[in-house]
Design a protein around this ligand. Structure first.
Ligand code: C5P
Length: 285
């Protein structure tokens, strides 16, 4: 039996634009995604000689074939034809669920990377990302990681230069948001403001953190904020204590702030921690 270890990094959407609804029910989006150091840990025992098992240290996470990590392992075996001789997947969860941080997608992507390396890399990283896209729209990005412009359903990726060094604070309020419901809501909503993805790409190419921060914008943010005014409270604390940018990530409900340095980030955490225990300091990875 061999044990594999793989980190599963959370993502934030520096920008997110919804361009329109497609015939297949999904939406075309254009988004700059960034992996951050907040992570789950994936351990996989390969060759257990027993039926498949998945465990997670956090309650409420499905530990059966509905978990994206399980689906990823199953699909990998089907496509490559490898017989792993029984596996046990253990997930140490730190990324909150229903947060827009891609926690489940990150776990699935980590499983794909770990199994592919274990098997001698029969699939290229591009093929692995494409495989992930069959399970969830965010998984291709989570396979690649770093900084990417993502289009289509989210699965068409273009690598961008790494984000300059900075500090993120990520705060997840108690409520969660249903991604399909939010996509449905945006179909009938006016979108008064959209991110300038070209400007964001230019800022990343120039390595200009101030310009990156100026261009942080997510079209879902006002739709969630109008229903949950506490989002404004979280943002006001971030703003008061020096955030250069703050915005909801993905379909929410987590909000991230980009802070000038670690000391300011620690102050924001201290101010919010009592009401919001799901708060993290992170860096781009
Ligand atoms: O691909 P994934 O399973 O993560 O998507 C969850 C749901 O979010 C989809 O069923 C769809 O309702 C919505 N979605 C969308 N357009 C996207 C991504 C997700 O409409 N580009």
């Amino acid at each position: 039996m061999t044990t594999l270890f793989e980190p599963a990094y959370a993502k934030v959407n520096l920008t997110l634009d919804v361009l329109g609804k497609r015939d297949d029910g999904y939406h075309d989006i254009k988004t700059v995604m960034q992996t951050i150091s907040l992570r789950d840990d994936i351990e996989i025992d390969v060759g257990t000689g027993k039926p498949w098992v998945l465990t997670c240290d956090k309650e409420g996470v499905p530990c059966d074939e509905t978990n994206l990590a399980w689906k990823a392992a199953k699909l990998y075996c089907e496509v490559t034809g490898v017989d792993l001789g029984g596996i046990e997947i253990r997930i140490t969860k730190r990324i909150p669920s229903q947060a827009g941080l891609g926690g489940g997608s990150a776990d699935a992507a980590a499983v794909l990377r770990a199994l592919n390396e274990h098997c001698g890399a029969p699939l290229s990283i591009g093929a692995l990302a494409e495989l992930g896209g069959q399970i969830g729209s965010d998984i291709p990005f989570c396979v690649i990681g770093g900084t990417c412009m993502c289009e289509g359903r989210g699965e068409r990726l273009r690598k961008l230069p790494n984000m300059p060094e900075c500090i993120f604070v990520v705060c997840k309020p108690d409520f969660g948001v249903s991604t399909p419901e939010l996509y449905k809501k945006i179909d009938s909503a006016a979108i008064p403001k959209r991110p300038d993805n070209n400007a964001m790409e230019g800022a990343l190419l120039a390595g200009d953190l101030a310009k990156i921060c100026e261009n942080v914008y997510n079209v879902f943010d006002p739709l969630v904020t109008e229903e949950h005014l506490e989002m404004n409270y979280i943002k006001s604390i971030m703003n008061s204590y020096g955030a250069i940018a703050y915005q909801m990530t993905g379909s929410g409900s987590a909000i991230f702030a980009i802070m000038p340095d670690f000391e300011f980030a620690a102050v924001v955490c201290n101010m919010l921690r009592e009401n919001y225990p799901n708060i993290f300091i992170s860096m781009p990875v």
